[in-house]
Design a binder for this molecule. Structure first.
Ligand code: ADP
Length: 505
């Protein structure tokens, strides 16, 4: 059983031995926006929606087979979100501050300008930003009356969403998190794999409130739910959502990467046992810890992924559904040389320009809406290509520095997420990367990763079966000629350089 606790909904999926989905349940829960830029969740909504989808799945399972038993439970979750609760009563002591919340942005601007920001980046692999847990927890300690005293006395617990769920779901009331979630707090040294005392002092965070850090595939406790099929089942897999998807995609070797085409795009590349220090402002993060092995990953995100298609549909009204974009893009042979640079909210990795804004360049008289749709889908692929290139360069430099003969490279890009359903986009991505794009039949890779981490721990799967490729996957092979590819990439580079040059600063 995988519990996938996301930003807008909680989902539970049951997988069988063949990694096939047996049943799934999903429930959305309320989002709270108390002020401009602030985003909160009620920790009880996170917990109760999770419990309901788990119970519903267990109940349906028993309806089909009265003897069926869940073998293990894995948890994957929205990352960076902060929860604080009372160790005795289990009551939340404040609303959960969600990763998207910008309330600490000003405080973090100061850190960005401070040389200590670079020390933090080296230790945690994260570029100082309000996005990560540290400043959110510091804010709660400053602003929730009595919280600091409770925290110092060890009576208040801090955790990311996985911790909050583990505490509530285990009979033992375990206060723990896994290394992948810890690596998103900006309080965790990813090289020593310990909470960092110096950073804790910088943010004035009492160590007594932090969870114990465990491996991603490890025994967290036994399920306390007295529900048939769930009672006393081990909870033994935990990972943040993007790392879980990387694992679920079977990316276990250095150089293997996955991209999730959701609202934005999330790219993670496994870098093996080496924590690669990025020269392109990518994040370094823990990919997973299983047995005695810790693997790292580089992470980069693109702000406008599937959201560009939403823009075509909702703001311009030239599509009635996102899926229509595929046929429209395919109805023309090219964009007539035009490029869309969807920097609507600035540019993410590897350009990092908050001032950049969107542009459509190179239009000629024959340019029609079909060309715009095509240019939009192509822009998603170009942005992903830019991140992949940056990752490969970082990897190359890290391995070259050690005089290693074998520099890992990306064999094929594994994909998932809503917009990976678009065949035109997947083919164009393969063409532009010059490498195959592989889409598994089961695109629920986030949940599958958590199920695998748990299933490996109890021996439900062994490493070979867990890592085996999905027989039903779709592979998109690159077909574009080299010359055409270079020409298109040069055009894209000129367009994005123009956007960066003309940004108002
Ligand atoms: P998230 O988890 O970020 O909400 P999803 O993985 O559910 O995102 O993907 C939804 C996004 O994918 C939307 O932005 C939507 O516009 C886009 N999308 C969905 N289907 C298609 C499609 N067939 N072609 C292109 N984009 C699509």
């Amino acid at each position: 059983m995988a519990l996938d606790q996301g930003t807008t909904s909680s989902r539970c999926i049951l997988f069988d031995e063949d990694k096939k989905i047996v049943w799934s349940e999903q429930e959305e829960f309320p989002q709270h926006f108390p002020k401009a830029g602030w985003v909160e969740h009620d920790p009880m909504d996170i917990l109760n929606s999770s419990l309901r989808v788990m119970y519903a799945c267990a109940t349906r399972m028993r309806e089909f087979d009265a003897e069926a038993q869940v073998r293990a439970i894995g948890i994957t979750n929205q990352r960076e979100t902060v929860v604080v609760w009372d160790r005795e009563s289990g009551k939340p002591l404040a609303p959960a501050i969600v990763w998207q919340c910008r309330r600490t942005a000003d405080a973090m601007e100061a850190l960005k300008a401070d040389p200590y920001g670079e020390v933090i980046r080296k230790k945690t692999g994260l570029i100082p930003d309000a996005y990560f847990s540290a400043s959110k927890l510091a804010w709660l300690l400053e602003n929730v009356p009595g919280l600091r005293a409770e925290a110092e006395a060890g009576r208040a617990c801090f955790g990311t969403v996985d911790s909050w769920l583990v505490y509530n779901l285990t009979k033992e009331k375990t206060h723990a998190t896994d290394v992948t979630n810890a690596s998103r707090t900006m309080l965790f040294n990813i090289h020593t794999l310990n909470w960092d005392d110096e950073i804790l002092a910088y943010f004035n965070i009492p160590k007594a409130m932090l969870p114990k850090v465990k491996k991603s595939s490890d025994l967290y406790g036994t399920c306390g739910a007295t529900v048939p099929g769930l009672d006393s089942v081990p909870i033994c897999g935990v990972a943040g959502d993007q790392q879980s998807a990387l694992f679920g995609q079977g990316c276990r070797q250095a150089g293997q990467a996955k991209n999730t085409y959701g609202t934005g795009c999330f790219l993670l590349m496994n870098t093996g046992e080496k924590a690669v220090d990025s020269q392109h402002r990518l994040l370094t993060t823990v990919a997973a810890c299983i047995g005695d092995t810790v693997q790292y990953a580089l992470e980069g995100s693109v702000f406008m992924g599937g959201a560009c298609v939403q823009w075509l549909r909702d703001s311009l009204g030239i599509l009635s559904t996102a899926a229509e974009s595929e046929a429209l893009a395919e109805s023309v042979n090219d964009t007539l040389g035009a490029y869309l640079v969807p920097a609507f909210t600035g540019l993410g990795a590897p350009h990092w320009d908050p001032y950049a804004r969107g542009a459509l360049v190179g239009m000629t008289r024959g340019f029609r809406k079909e060309h715009l749709v095509r240019a939009t889908l192509e822009s998603i692929a170009y942005q992903v290509q830019d991140v992949v290139m940056a990752m490969e360069q970082d990897l190359k430099q890290a391995f070259a520095a050690e005089d290693s003969s074998e520099v890992p490279g990306l064999p094929a890009l594994k994909v998932d997420g809503g917009a990976s359903a678009n065949r035109f986009l997947m083919q164009f991505q393969a063409d532009i990367l010059g490498r195959p794009v592989v889409r598994p039949a089961c695109i629920e890779t986030t949940a599958l990763g958590a199920a695998m981490l748990a299933g490996l721990y109890v021996g439900f799967w062994d490493e070979t079966t867990a890592a085996s490729a999905d027989a039903m996957e779709d592979t998109f092979l690159p077909k574009m000629e080299k010359g055409e590819r270079s020409e298109k990439l040069a055009g894209w580079k000129a367009a994005i350089d123009g956007v960066i040059r003309s940004a108002k600063r």
